[in-house]
Write a protein of this length. Structure first.
Length: 557
């Protein structure tokens, strides 16, 4: 066995790693964008990414388009009807016809992305401007209807782009909704329109061209709807003040209703304030007034996260809004009473195999230019690259990339007992768990992502002079090309199998040459570029491998 005594020290190294992580600075760095960078105004209410990846900001002084390098600003000219209709942007929506529909303090305006022109639909202009002012949701269906929600009045409007006619859905007691205030407006994947209200859920029946009531059960049917989102395949999730509802979009029938119970592994509260679906893990994140719930669809189990005296607790139970970032696998959320924004990650515990939560709270720090721009958050989204855009009420925009922009250098330090043992680096290979094998002038060294050495093999113990290239097959099999053959190392047992060109090896089991320049894993074969041609090792039969001398000498790939 090679360096067996090092396994005794692994527990101490793990403690060193934990100490390093606890004492290390946060990896979250924010780039802040202000009027000095081209924003029209410091108060930004909404951020939107169009289908081409351009970012739009709705400010208190017009619409700003950001192409990744510079801003283009659009403001209203009172004497020019071809300009934007209003400067205080409250919502942005891109239609199927490649037009941006914008809600402003004066009503609705349309920006054609094809010819970059603004227009003001005549019927929407003639409608009382105060009725359509400051819409916070705009969606569409497949029947040329644009739907608007006005937060102040709770009114829902439907505008048909063909007939140029506008209809208020809930401004009269004669309609199915009556005068019930609209609380949420949602368009599903089939462009079916759903309307949440203070008195339950409604949907648009396109065949009859009317709004109809959707029934749940007696104890939840008239409950206020706070949020509507899609989940797995054909699921529609409805968050109400009295529980969570799962609907089959195809049959339009209720699959299940989830309400609090004495079971600790059940939903934490009936007051559902926001939800977001994690498609990769098939789980639903739920924001409530009593904490967060994570619902795993496979076994229909809830995992609840609340304030605790310990590090795994969140800062406040009363959650406002949530966003699950798909690329970084993080949950971003705001709360009712604490300023700033929060981030939560679920990670596997290496000791017990269970899931742990890592929580971080962010507030503006006036002496730290890389903190968030302001504590009053107005909107936040994830773009297609996985970056988080956060708009604020007073100080512009903050941007966070899930790809750490910093370079971290690991080098030999005589005073660092757990660092690299040599600055000569020949090759690196990454395990699935993020640990890094490095071929150095010392030998083979296993590093954590933070540069802490967890294990090593001295090259003298491996009986080689140089380790030239390395590849990882799985969590414990390491292949190494050296100046004295190819090594297969079981890093769990420290067993080493050596492949060489020596006469002692079987004729059909010899390398073309001991000096191996490069190795590559293709299927169950290890391809070796040697000083005298290409050799192929069959990993299944181990000692039965072939080499081809018809290649020219010193073959590299």
């Amino acid at each position: 066995m090679i360096y067996c005594f090092k396994k005794v020290l692994r527990a101490f190294k793990i403690l060193a790693l934990i100490t390093f992580l606890l004492n290390g600075q946060s990896d979250f760095l924010f780039n802040n964008i202000s009027v000095n960078d081209g924003l029209s105004e410091s108060t930004v209410k909404v951020v939107y990414e169009d289908k081409d990846g351009f970012i739009y900001f709705g400010t208190e002084n017009g619409l700003d388009l950001y192409n990744g390098y510079e801003f283009e600003n659009f403001q209203m000219n009172s004497f020019d009807t071809t300009t934007i209709f209003g400067n205080k942007i409250s919502t942005i929506y891109q239609s199927q016809k490649n037009k941006l529909w914008l809600g402003t303090e004066l009503g609705i305006t349309v920006f054609d992305l094809n010819d970059r022109s603004f227009s003001r639909p005549s019927e929407l202009r003639s409608t009382e401007s105060r009725d359509l002012a400051n819409s916070d949701v705009i969606i569409e269906d497949d029947y040329d209807n644009i739907w608007l929600k006005i937060p102040t009045s709770g009114s829902i409007y439907r505008y048909n782009t063909n007939t140029n006619k506008t209809l208020c859905i809930n401004c009269s007691s004669n309609s199915e909704m009556g005068t019930s205030k609209g609380t949420y407006l949602y368009s599903d994947k089939n462009n079916g329109v759903w309307v949440g209200s203070e008195n339950g859920l409604f949907r648009y029946n396109s065949q009859k061209n009317e709004i109809v009531k959707f029934s749940f059960s007696d104890n939840i049917n008239e409950s206020k709807v706070n949020v509507i989102k899609e989940g797995e395949i054909d699921d529609l999730w409805i968050g109400t003040e009295n529980g969570l509802v799962r609907i089959d979009l195809n049959t339009r029938k209720v699959i299940n209703i989830y309400q609090t119970s004495e079971n600790q592994n059940w939903i934490v509260s009936n007051n559902i304030k926001d939800i977001d679906w994690n498609n990769a893990e098939k789980e639903l994140w739920i924001a409530t007034d009593r904490g967060l719930s994570r619902f795993v669809l496979e076994n229909e189990q809830f995992f609840n996260i609340q304030t605790t005296p310990y590090a795994d607790g969140i800062i406040e139970n009363n959650i406002s809004e949530i966003l699950y970032a798909k690329k970084s696998k993080r949950l971003w959320f705001t709360t009712e009473n604490y300023p700033g924004i929060n981030c939560l990650s679920v990670v596997s515990n290496m000791f017990n195999g269970k899931n742990d939560t890592i929580f971080t709270h962010f507030e503006h720090d006036p002496i730290d230019s890389r903190s968030i721009a302001d504590n009053k958050i107005t909107d936040f989204i994830e773009d297609r690259a996985g970056n988080i855009w956060i708009t604020t009420a007073q100080n512009g925009v903050s941007f966070n990339s899930h790809v750490n922009p910093k370079f971290i250098n690991f080098k030999y330090d005589s005073e660092n007992e757990w660092g690299l043992k040599s600055n000569k680096i020949y090759s690196i290979a990454v395990q699935d768990d993020g640990m890094l094998w490095v071929a150095t002038g010392f030998g083979l060294e296993l590093l954590s992502p933070d540069g802490i050495r967890d294990y090593e093999y001295d090259k003298s113990d491996l009986m080689v002079n140089y380790l030239i290239d390395i590849e990882v097959i799985n969590a414990h099999i390491l292949w190494a090309a050296t100046d004295l053959g190819v090594l297969k190392i079981n890093t769990m047992s420290d067993d080493v199998i050596r492949f060489t060109s020596s006469k002692g090896a079987h004729k059909e089991g010899r390398l073309a040459n001991n000096l191996a320049h490069d190795i590559s894993l293709i299927g169950d074969k290890v391809w070796v570029a040697t000083e005298s041609g290409l050799s192929i090792i069959d990993t299944l039969s181990k000692f039965c491998f072939k080499h081809r001398r018809e290649f020219s000498n010193k073959t590299h790939f």
